[in-house]
Each structure stands twice: as structure tokens, then as C-alpha cells.
Design a protein around this ligand. Structure first.
Ligand code: G3H
Ligand code: 13P
Ligand code: ZN
Length: 337
């Protein structure tokens, strides 16, 4: 099966009342971990690459690994998504390469740090929507800003300072024509989201309910959705790592979001931690090992287990065979209506 449009994956998820995990990748083992988890759970899935991932891999390598994924796992509907595109140029280059979905993150300026004005956000997002929809490609926009900084991306704001305004969201969706809306509800990228198990004061799930009431047909996206489980923190720290105590987004809160219109859930940090914990364990227990396969194989397996658990929790498991993929060329017609 060719890579599919993210719009189709999300429309199907809305029909079925489930969410779809969007997992970040930077290398072959991560793509394999996700595709194996998708096969074992029969899940449609979104694989996403940040700008950092595209530059780390030299994105043609990444693209061809994705082609290999569609050949080896023909039964799995998979979308390839640009995560946090910082400018229309970044999104256009992803579309030209064959990505089936892009995020135009106009909540920040092109430096990926400075919060942007609403008018700037509308302008750049609309520009990407026009270009992308003419090619059948999906667009995610973001209104409001997440906290924290990851690999230079992010405003390093107090996560509560720029929550999505549910009324402004209506105007944003209407004026841009986006397929999916990333919302800011108090989460941050990376491992250090909350200093204790989050309550509704810091993880403002009520915003999701309000936005869903205002925009019942819009697919919402939760960024910064790693759960940062204690066992992964322990795995890293027990094998020589130094992570400070921290809390992520509990899976049950994500499930509440899914009941209220969240269809795409972004997870990167949990997978990074799973791989790093597994690698640390092998190298601590076997200091004599030096074949990268000795630690990459357990790392890939550890990531697969995390992705499988999320696929089951988000409800996408079992849905891979529900529908025939609509080719991007046909999606062009979908957007003309
Ligand atoms: O948005 C953040 C994702 O975790 C990607 O992070 O920019 O370090 O690749 P990155
Ligand atoms: P985490 O850092 O919580 O995994 O979030 C990833 C993300 O939002 C990618 O866009
Ligand atoms: Zn993100």
C-alpha cells in the first residue's frame, strides 16, 4: 500500500472514535519498531519527522526507508508527516519529497522560538493549505504555544502562558482550512513536563472539551504527549543515567482527549527513553560488547513495546484493515468540494 493521506487516517479515526499515535523517527530502527508494533496490533499509524530528523538523516534516506516500510508492511496504512514545519518553505520541500502530511507551525516565527501573531499564523498556514491541498496533502496547524524547548525548537515559555483560545480556534480553522488543529493545553515537549502528577490546573483538558464543542468536526492534535513512565526513568537511572524526577501526560488523560475529538497524539520522548534505557542496560551489563547490533536490537524491541502499548491505549489497534487507501491524486478532488 502506498503512503496514505493523514486526513484519511484521521477521518477514519473520528468515525471509529479512536486516536492515532504519531511517532517521531530519526533512523531505521525506529521506523522498524513502529511498523512491527503496527503489524502486531493491526494499527494504522503516523510516522513523523522533525526538521532536526530530516537534517540528521539527510531526508532522502528517511524517505526511502519509508518506501521500504510500505513495501515490507503493505497491510498497514501509514502517513508520513512533517512535524513542526517552521515555514512554508520547509513544508513545501517535504511535500515535494513525498510526505503525505505537513504541520505548518505558525504559532511560532520561522526561528521556531518567538511566539507569532495570530495574523502571521493565519497567513503562513493558509499559504501551506493552498499548496498542500492542491496536491492532496494534509495540513496540521497550531494555535497557542507549547512550553519547553526541544533540540532548539520551542518558545521556552511557561506552558500555561499561551493556551489555545477556543473562540479564536473557530476563526483560525475557518480562515486557514486546515485538516487538523494542534492545541496548547499546558503540555511541553521533552521529558520535563510536570513536577508532580498533573491536575486539571496544569494539564488543562477542559480546553479540549471547549474546543471540541466549538469545532466538533475538527480533528485535534495533542503534542507533548509522552507519558514519561517511571519505569523508563528507572531503567535509565539504574544503568548509569541521570534523569531528574519528572511526570508526563498520563495515558488516561489522553484517552479523555480522544473522547473529546483528539485524533492525533504525538509521542517522541517515551520512545527515546525506551531506546536509551535498553542501550544503557546492554552496555552496563556487557562492557565487552562493541557490535552496534548488540544494543540496537534490544533498543528497537524496547521502543516497539512502548509503541504497541500506546496503539492499544489510543484505540487504533485492530483498525488497519478497515478501509482502502485513497490515493493523494483522489484527495485533490476531496478538497475541491
Ligand atoms: O517536536 C519535538 C519532537 O520531539 C522532535 O524533536 O526536534 O529534537 O527532532 P527534535
Ligand atoms: P513528547 O516530547 O512529549 O514526546 O512530544 C513529541 C511531540 O509533540 C512531537 O511533535
Ligand atoms: Zn510537537
Amino acid at each position: 500500500m502506498p503512503m496514505v493521506s493523514m486526513r484519511q487516517l484521521l477521518d477514519e479515526a473520528a468515525k471509529g472514535g479512536y486516536g492515532v499515535g504519531a511517532f517521531n523517527v530519526n533512523n531505521m530502527e525506529q521506523i522498524q519498531a513502529i511498523m512491527e508494533a503496527a503489524r502486531e496490533t493491526k494499527s494504522p499509524v503516523i510516522i513523523q519527522a522533525s526538521r532536526g530528523a530530516r537534517s540528521y538523516t539527510n531526508d532522502r534516506f528517511l524517505y526511502h526507508l519509508m518506501i521500504a516500510a510500505t513495501e515490507v508492511y503493505p497491510e498497514i496504512p501509514v502517513a508520513l508527516h512533517q512535524d513542526h514545519g517552521n515555514s512554508p518553505e520547509t513544508c513545501i520541500s517535504a511535500i515535494e519529497m513525498g510526505f503525505t502530511s505537513v504541520m505548518m507551525d505558525g504559532s511560532l516565527m520561522a526561528d521556531g522560538k518567538t511566539p507569532a501573531s495570530f495574523e502571521y499564523n493565519v497567513e503562513v498556514t493558509k499559504k501551506v493549505v493552498e499548496y498542500a491541498h492542491a496536491r492532496g496533502v494534509t495540513v496540521e496547524g497550531e494555535l497557542g504555544c507549547l512550553g519547553g524547548v526541544e533540540d532548539g525548537h520551542g518558545a521556552d515559555l511557561d506552558a500555561l502562558a499561551h493556551l489555545t483560545d477556543p473562540v479564536q480556534a473557530i476563526e483560525f480553522v475557518e480562515r486557514t482550512g486546515i485538516d487538523a488543529l494542534a492545541v496548547a493545553i499546558g503540555t511541553s515537549h521533552g521529558a520535563y513536563k510536570f513536577s508532580k502528577k498533573p491536575t486539571g490546573e496544569v494539564l488543562v483538558m477542559s480546553r479540549i472539551e471547549q474546543i471540541h464543542k466549538n469545532l466538533p468536526a475538527t480533528h485535534m492534535v495533542m503534542h507533548g504527549s509522552s507519558s514519561v513512565p517511571q519505569e523508563l526513568q528507572d531503567m535509565i537511572n539504574n544503568y548509569g543515567g541521570k534523569m531528574n524526577p519528572t511526570f508526563g501526560v498520563p495515558v488516561e488523560e489522553i484517552q479523555l482527549g480522544i473522547k473529546n475529538g483528539v485524533r492525533k497524539i504525538n509521542v517522541d520522548t517515551d520512545n527515546r527513553m525506551a531506546m536509551t534505557g535498553a542501550i544503557r542496560k546492554v552496555l552496563m551489563e556487557h562492557p565487552e560488547h562493541f557490535d552496534p547490533r548488540d544494543y540496537m536490537k534490544p533498543a528497537r524491541e524496547a521502543m516497539k513495546q512502548v509503541v504497541k502499548a500506546r496503539m492499544l491505549a489510543f484505540g487504533q489497534a485492530g483498525h488497519a484493515g478497515d478501509y482502502e487507501p485513497i490515493p493523494l491524486a483522489e484527495m485533490i478532488g476531496y478538497y475541491k468540494h
